[in-house]
Design a protein around this ligand. Structure first.
Ligand SMILES: [Zn+2]
Length: 391
């Protein structure tokens, strides 16, 4: 008998049941929405609902759906979810429609999961892949990251309407690029040596995603609505989602998101978007690999990112996140939270303590060690980094 090691049961939630994508996609989504329920509860924030409702309302009315609204503010928090569950009951909702950015969509998905209802996501920016994923992040009422919840599935319908996304501030797409880039830098660390077919596929997709973003982001940001802009929106909302879905629980976040999570506990951190803090967190993660492993490939990867970030407007440092004036005590608080026992930072292949993380957090812009060679040699190295930056 061949040797068979028992494998644990794999449970995958790869993708939404259906994705509708295009300009004016929402206006054409009536049938798909109506097939999921007759009494939708629309979850969003004040501002996004004000912008989106004039377009959503006629779609729902044409289908003769009886809808109500629920505000998820102040945050995707336990208290907000409790009040939204009451709204589900009082409206007798049989469908949740999430409209907005990552937090609104996370709130809608988790609400639907808790109430065992189908859910439609309508992202109004390309700042995260929350419209796709089977995961919700829970924050405190003042925006400090608390924990994440794995959901039973991806949304039943994702409506990616370019016309809506185009009305969002350009900065949200920049943030989405930062969040999507993290897929490669985190997945290659947590799963780069995996022998499993689906994990290998997820990590390779993350590399492709990174390359698409390197090649197309600058042009996309210059011309919102253009073909290249649509491709970058697809990359940040859809392909980033595919990677999370394919990689599943084993293809998790590492230090970049752990640093983000720690930073959210600083009151001043809320000026920066999720993807902006995550992008900075990638630099911190690479710094840790440089400092603690002497990893030269990490050093050149960081230089490559610094150049790219400067080009498209992602933060290079705490200063750029408007956190240049935090105290040492605050820096330590963020570092200690990022190093908590259950933090994903411990998926790094080496141990990290808060003092080391603090050193990395304040040195993301440090130039390459001059001893490491001439510019030409560095360029050669950075090509190699492209090919082999795996751990
Ligand atoms: Zn993220």
């Amino acid at each position: 008998m061949p040797n068979q090691t028992p494998t644990s049961l794999l449970s995958l939630t790869v993708a939404p049941t259906k994705v509708l994508r295009g300009f004016q996609a929402l206006a054409q989504a009536g049938d798909a929405i109506a097939s999921l329920g007759r009494r939708p509860l629309i979850v969003g924030g004040d501002r996004t609902l004000a912008v989106t409702l004039p377009q959503l309302q006629p779609v729902l009315e044409q289908q003769k759906l009886h809808f109500a609204q629920a505000d998820y503010t102040p945050d995707c928090s336990e208290a907000s979810l409790a009040s939204m569950r009451q709204a589900v009951t009082s409206h007798q909702a049989d469908l949740i429609i999430g409209v907005g950015g990552g937090k609104a969509l996370d709130a809608a998905k988790l609400l639907a999961y808790q109430c065992r209802l189908p859910v439609v996501t309508v992202p109004t920016s390309a700042a995260t892949c929350a419209a796709w994923s089977a995961l919700s992040n829970i924050y405190s009422d003042i925006g400090a990251f608390l924990y994440d919840v794995s959901l039973s599935g991806c949304p039943d319908l994702l409506v990616l309407d370019y016309s809506l996304i185009q009305t969002a501030p350009p900065r949200t797409l920049v943030a989405g690029i930062g969040d999507a880039l993290a897929k490669w830098y985190e997945a290659s660390v947590s799963s780069g040596n995996s022998e499993q077919t689906l994990i290998i596929a997820a990590v390779q997709q993350a590399r492709i995603l990174r390359d698409i973003l390197f090649q197309k982001s600058a042009a996309a940001l210059q011309e919102p609505g253009s073909t290249v802009w649509q491709e970058v929106v697809d990359a940040t909302v859809l392909l980033a989602g595919v990677i999370g879905g394919l990689g599943g629980a084993q293809c998790r976040t590492v230090a970049a998101h752990a640093v983000h999570n720690g930073l959210t506990h600083l009151p001043d951190s809320h000026d920066a978007l999720h993807g902006e803090k995550v992008a900075y967190g990638i630099l911190v993660q690479l710094r840790l690999e440089e400092i603690l492993l002497g990893n030269q490939l990490a050093a050149t990867a960081r230089q490559q990112l610094l150049k790219f970030y400067a080009e498209i407007g992602l933060p290079l440092s705490l200063d750029d996140l408007h956190l240049g004036n935090i105290t040492l005590v605050e820096l330590r608080t963020a570092a200690e939270l990022a190093c908590a026992t259950n933090s994903d930072i411990h998926r790094l292949p080496f141990r990290v303590v808060p003092e080391q993380l603090m050193a990395a957090m304040v040195s993301t812009r440090v130039p390459l060690d001059l001893k490491s060679g001439s510019t030409a040699e560095n360029q050669k190295l950075s090509v190699r980094t492209d090919e082999t930056h795996k751990h």
